[in-house]
Design a protein around this ligand. Sequence first.
Ligand code: HEC
Length: 265
Amino acid sequence: MDSSGNQANCRTRAPTERSPRDQGGELTKTQRNTLAGDLAWRPEPDGIQSLLSDAPGALALLQAALETEDANPDFRTTVARLASTNDRHPIRELFRPWLPLSERQPILGFDFRPETILALEGDLGRGREIFFGKARCSDCHRQEGQGKALGPDLVASAARYGREQLLEHIIRPSQLIAPEFRTVSVMLDDFEELSGMIRESNDDELILVDATLTEHRISRSKIIQLDESSLSSMPQGMLATLTAQEAADLLAWLVSLAPEKPETK
Ligand code: HEC
């Protein structure tokens, strides 16, 4: 069970973004409700977006939408459209019922066929946004100088793998793990326990990188036990909250990272 602990580490230690609210100072509950009420009359995207940046703001919008008697007929749809691209899954889901049916695509969940995604053509620009935004891939993959380099540089992966294989790696991260990304836990002779990925090793020592990207240089003579996990530190189900189209967009962008594309489809 120790590798699931690692996954939890990766997720919780990810850098947290500051919402615009953090910089502008907290709105009081009354200010939020007044703003939401005004927006219900005059739906104005910037205002709605600012409230959607945190949970209390999102709830104020929900309340305004439910309780403002003669709200602007476009209010609910505008909120739902803006919320549908929110970084946080619960906020996206909160307003999903108000998306027009034609725009309400089902999310993939945990049980889907890769063909559902492969059959769709993806949009690179949207895929890039999804990678750094709602799919949170950059919590662990550093691309274009952004994000945390816990997982491999995906430019190399895109050069190595075709579209289908890349998708396979995302759906089943533990199926094939490059040696330098295998998760190990070691017990030292002073009973200190460390876990992470082995970046380098030789007869005398190994270099272990933990979930906070700290390097530990460990002399082999101090190790009393070393267990290798067969699970990737990349969580399963990373695509679960995306629609098939969003997953196809993401995949298209990943494919496009390859310097020379041996295989585009
Ligand atoms: C919690 C950290 C974490 C998150 C979040 C994460 N990954 Fe990973 N990823 C890893 C690690 C570590 C590896 C290397 C181990 C492995 O292959 O499973 C990896 C491997 C991969 C690989 C295989 C690379 C190769 O060359 O073998 C692909 C492709 C990939 N990730 C894509 C993604 C995408 C796309 C997302 C977002 C949907 C994502 N990852 C989110 C940590 C993460």
